[in-house]
Structure formats: structure tokens, C-alpha cells
Design a binder for this molecule. Structure first.
Ligand code: AMP
Ligand code: MG
Length: 411
């Protein structure tokens, strides 16, 4: 074990990501079930979209040459509904056409019905002369034949599932879900539901980390084996870790990684593999542990997060989330940073890089939660993201700051 000198977050992340080799296994899943999964191969279109020139409007298809002056009158020679194809357009006539229906050969414009007057004799008057291409969606204008519509490494959103379906993909190759075992450590922890709030013994606290970590892991596409609170005995801990490492890619724990703390997880991990304790120059979050255990079928990663709930949440977001995405071969590991004006002052800079809980206000700026303590989970619910503040950086009202929205970090 090495209690190292503090690392910058960027260095720590680079080092951690270097350990995260993409899982080689690919699952083929129904497109219905692929939400949030990472695409394992480029998805190419075997057709063009739209397949044919088609109408963008309910109206009349015609040749511009036949309606070259405003108020031209044309007979209606055919009717083309979506799902049917018409016949080549007889010259000097219009075709009644509906949205999405293929534009008949010969027609070069569609005039929407609101711009046509239906005469008593069944002919139409075209109020304004159309220009070629009017209200026609061109074949292939969305997707060309052979185009990559979704690149390998894309994390699939509901919109991406629709796009995949639009080119006929009923199934998609996706990275296997990382299997993650989750442990909490700490003899003070009590599971909600086992002891009523009024009966809590002094010093006891409810285990909150287990709830948000399990949920965050699931949202990052992981299959979670939740092992609860590790018993406070060396042999039992070693046995639990050994079993977890045999069937998981990652073991994630919270608590017990502070320097010098007496804790049973550290020696147990070391008995089965190796463990490095990192001091990361961020606030909240400083202590962090990375190790690896021999799971019998290759190494199992060990990641130990700090116990303070906000520290645990923030270190998950800035370190574990990109790690898990990299295991799945995702091409984007970092959230999009928004540059927004601070509507608060932050006069007391810390030597460490700080992640402050803030939320956007209706004036497009950021308000700060008043209590930035690392145990104050309220801040993470009140806030809708983190202000990323550099070491030694103070903030004055109106300064532009970097903001990481929870909406993306939790997605
Ligand atoms: P540790 O990192 O184990 O020293 O814990 C730091 C602080 O976080 C202590 O006040 C712990 O009681 C608290 N803590 C540790 N684990 C949890 C947890 N699972 N849920 C809530 N608080 C925790
Ligand atoms: Mg502890």
C-alpha cells in the first residue's frame, strides 16, 4: 500500500482510465431493450431514408411548368395516399397527395392544400405559382445508402433507438453490462427499515450511499450485485471479496479509505491482490482507492470511494462514471460543460479543485447551495449540477464558471 502525495483529478482520471480496458463481450439485444447501452459496432444503413421523394404536406403534386402563373387551374388526375405509389403524372394535371406519399414521376413540386382552391368542377386553382422542389422531401436527404447512422461507442438514447428502427434494425450489438459488486463499510451504518428513526442508537447513521451508488451504477448500464454492509471480520471480508471478484468486473465500496483509518477492507483487498490509496486534490472527495484482485478469471477492479455521502457521489461522478463508460467502450466519457454566469460569490478558495453544488435559475445564471459540507446530501438534491472550480480560484458575481449538469451525469 502506498499513501501517495496528492494527485490532480486529471492525473488520477488518466491513471484510472488506463486500467479500464473495454470489455470484449458483445450482447445482441432487441432495439426495444437497448436504451442506455453502448453500441459495439458501427450501424450502417442498408437503405436510403426517405426511400423515395415524398410529400412534406397534404396538398397537390404538379409540374411547376403547368402552374407557371399565379391562379393556374389544373384537373386532378389521381390520388396518392401514404403507403401507396401513384402513376407518372399526366402533363397538365395535378395529383392529390398526402404527407409522406411518394411524389409521382413527372411532378416537381407539392403545393399545400391551404394554397389551393378546390373548384366546384373538381379542378384546383393554384393560388401562387410553385418553385421546383417545393414541399418535397428528397430521397436519401436524411440518410444515404451505406451511411453510418450510429457510430460504435455511442450511448444509445431513445432518439437513437428510433433512428436504428428507421433503418430496419430490430436488434443491436451492444457492450456487455459491466458486473459490479457493491459494498458499504462502516459499523455505524444502519439500513433504513431495520431501525426506526426514533430508535437509532447514538452514533448510528442510515446507509444512504448504498442507495445512490446502486442507482448510479444501474444508470451507467451496470449489473449490480449488492452485497450490503461488509461484516467487520477479516476472514468474512476476504471470503466476500473473493466470491465477488470471481463473478464481477468491478468491486465498488464506500467508506474506509481515509488515511490511517482502521478498516478491514484494505487488508482484505491486499490479501487477494493489490491496493493503492490515492489522495486526490479535489473537494469534496479527497481519499480514493484503486486496486485489483485476482478473480480467478482475470483481474477484478477494486474501487474504494470515500464515505462522506457528497464525497462519494462526486468521486463517483468524476472518476467512476468515466471508468464504467470506458469499460463499455463508450466514445464520450466526459459530460458537456456549460459555461454559465455565477450569481453568487465564492471568496474562499481552496487549494484543491472544488465541485460546488449549484442550480440554474430562470435568469440563466447559477445559484449556490449555502452549505457545501461533504456530508450534506440536501445540496445534491437542491442543486442540479456541479460548479467545477479550479484550485485557488475565487468566484465573484457575474464570473463565467464551468457547470456540469446532473441531468447528464446521472443519465
Ligand atoms: P469514512 O470514509 O468511512 O471515514 O466515512 C466518512 C463519513 O461518511 C463518516 O461520517 C461515515 O459515517 C459516513 N459514511 C460512510 N459510509 C456511509 C454510507 N454508506 N452512508 C452514509 N454515510 C456514510
Ligand atoms: Mg468508515
Amino acid at each position: 500500500m502506498t499513501a501517495s502525495t496528492p494527485k490532480s483529478l486529471d492525473d488520477a482520471l488518466a491513471e484510472l482510465l488506463a486500467y479500464a480496458a473495454a470489455l470484449p463481450d458483445v450482447d445482441t439485444v432487441s432495439t426495444f431493450d437497448a436504451d442506455g447501452r453502448v453500441l459495439a459496432a458501427d450501424l450502417r444503413s442498408e437503405l436510403q431514408v426517405p426511400p423515395l421523394d415524398n410529400s412534406a404536406m397534404d396538398g397537390y403534386a404538379m409540374r411547376c411548368a403547368d402552374a407557371a402563373v399565379d391562379g393556374a387551374v389544373l384537373p386532378v388526375s389521381q390520388r396518392i395516399a401514404a403507403g401507396s405509389t401513384g402513376t407518372p403524372l399526366a402533363s397538365g394535371t395535378a395529383a392529390r397527395i398526402f404527407t409522406g406519399a411518394p411524389v409521382p414521376d413527372g411532378a416537381d413540386a407539392v403545393v399545400m392544400q391551404e394554397d389551393c382552391e378546390l373548384l366546384d368542377d373538381g379542378r384546383i386553382r393554384v393560388r401562387r405559382a410553385p418553385t421546383p422542389g417545393l414541399a418535397i422531401r428528397r430521397a436519401g436527404e436524411d440518410i444515404a445508402h451505406g451511411a453510418v447512422v450510429l457510430a460504435r461507442g455511442t450511448r444509445l438514447s431513445p432518439a437513437a433507438l428510433g433512428l436504428a428502427a428507421s433503418i430496419g434494425s430490430a436488434e443491436l450489438p451492444v457492450a456487455r453490462r459491466p458486473r459490479v459488486a457493491l459494498f458499504s463499510t462502516g459499523d455505524e451504518l444502519v439500513m433504513p427499515g431495520t431501525v426506526a428513526p426514533a430508535q437509532m442508537r447514538p452514533g448510528a447513521i442510515y446507509n444512504s450511499n448504498r442507495y445512490f451508488l446502486r442507482s448510479l451504477l444501474q444508470r451507467q448500464g451496470c449489473e449490480v450485485q449488492d452485497l450490503g454492509v461488509v461484516p467487520d471480520q477479516r476472514e468474512a471480508t476476504i471470503a466476500a471479496l473473493r466470491e465477488a471478484s470471481a463473478r464481477n468486473d468491478v468491486i465498488l465500496t464506500s467508506g474506509g479509505v481515509s488515511v490511517g483509518e482502521e478498516d478491514h477492507v484494505k487488508p482484505a483487498v491486499q490479501a487477494l491482490g493489490r491496493l493503492d490509496l490515492w489522495q486526490i486534490a479535489i473537494k469534496p472527495g479527497k481519499p480514493f482507492a484503486y486496486g485489483s484482485l485476482d478473480g480467478g478469471r482475470g483481474a477484478c477492479h477494486f474501487i474504494g470511494l470515500p464515505g462522506n455521502p457528497v464525497s462519494s457521489l462526486v468521486t463517483f461522478i468524476v472518476l467512476v462514471r468515466p471508468f464504467l463508460l470506458k469499460l463499455q467502450g463508450a466514445s464520450t466519457l466526459q459530460p458537456h460543460v456549460l459555461n454559465l454566469p455565477a450569481h453568487f460569490d465564492w471568496p474562499r478558495a481552496d487549494r484543491r479543485r472544488e465541485f460546488l453544488r449549484a442550480r440554474r435559475n430562470e435568469r440563466g445564471g447559477l445559484d449556490l447551495f449555502p452549505n457545501q459540507g461533504s456530508g450534506v446530501l440536501t445540496s445534491t438534491v437542491w442543486g442540479d449540477g456541479l460548479v467545477d472550480t479550479g484550485p485557488g480560484q475565487t468566484i465573484a458575481q457575474g464570473d463565467t464558471v464551468r457547470f456540469l449538469p446532473f441531468a447528464e451525469l446521472f443519465a
